[in-house]
Write a protein that binds this ligand. Structure first.
Ligand SMILES: [Fe+2]
Length: 271
């Protein structure tokens, strides 16, 4: 599998705090069936924004360490960029890092509090400049949980939605995020699943666990698309159509909601 959203680089944001923790995260990801991870540190975290050259250097260092330790995980450079007015220009200039450093795809973090029409305008500028936009974890944002039509508007622009592994697993997220994640899957609005892992204990990779859930609910083909094929295509700079991802879906809609109810019940039972 390919995990396109991770905070495995040590000491640059609220993810891994040191190389020891990065190694634990890598071992857990490999055990979950991940072969390739994109390191996507927060662009802005205490201090000056991370530059593309800084990220490339940190990725080279972690890959050397993984090789020395015999851990078969490849880390690619990337970045999680907050949605801001300056984003299109900074990306175009190469100052800010694209996903996998491919110059075609960008991982965008939506705002956590308020959503403005200007945000849509920035996304439109990115799309018009031929960037493929991946919106990180919309299911975790209140503004989208209460307003799925807003996400439909973004989908119509060609924006891809990335749901987080933890939002699919009982006890790993809050019920509102879990409910929204399953609603998005039921409506076939999700392009890919990624971990957004921050450590090896409470916000770990869990890609294998999430894939097993996807296989049980929507079958082997869609599970492979969301965790492997679509991430690979987006990393290689290919254009992907949401309708194509879901065209072989054979799941009856009720199945998602039944599964969601069982997960929320388990959370309640677990206390
Ligand atoms: Fe993240």
């Amino acid at each position: 599998m390919i995990d396109i959203h991770t905070h495995i680089l040590p000491g640059v944001d609220d993810g891994s705090q040191d190389t020891g923790e990065s190694l634990l995260m890598a071992e857990e990801a490999v055990a979950q069936g991940v072969q390739v991870m994109v390191a996507t540190p927060h662009l802005r975290w205490e201090g000056a924004p991370l530059t593309a050259s800084h990220i490339r250097q940190a990725v080279d260092e972690i890959n050397e360490l993984l090789q020395a330790k015999g851990i078969s995980l490849q880390v690619l450079p990337g970045c999680e960029i907050p949605l801001s007015d300056e984003l299109p220009e900074r990306l175009a200039s190469g100052e800010w890092m694209s996903l996998g450093d491919n110059g075609r795809t960008v991982l965008v973090e939506p705002p956590w509090h308020r959503w403005h029409t200007e945000h849509i305008a920035v996304l439109q500028r990115l799309v018009d400049a031929d960037w493929t936009v991946v919106l990180a974890h919309p299911e975790r944002h209140h503004v989208f949980q209460r307003n799925l039509p807003l996400l439909e508007e973004l989908l119509a622009m060609g924006v891809h939605l990335q749901v987080t592994t933890g939002s699919l697993i009982a006890g790993r997220s809050n019920p509102a995020s879990t409910r929204c994640a399953y609603q998005l899957l039921e409506r076939q609005m999700v392009s890919l699943v990624a971990s957004d892992c921050h450590n090896a204990t409470s916000r770990q990779c869990d890609m294998g666990t999430a894939r097993a859930i996807l296989q049980r609910t929507c079958g082997r083909h869609i599970a492979q698309m969301l965790t492997e094929k679509v991430p690979a295509a987006l990393l290689s700079g290919e254009k992907v159509e949401l309708a194509t991802i879901w065209q072989q879906n054979t799941v009856e809609p009720n199945r998602w909601m039944r599964f969601l109810r069982s997960i929320l019940r388990r959370e309640t039972d677990d206390g």
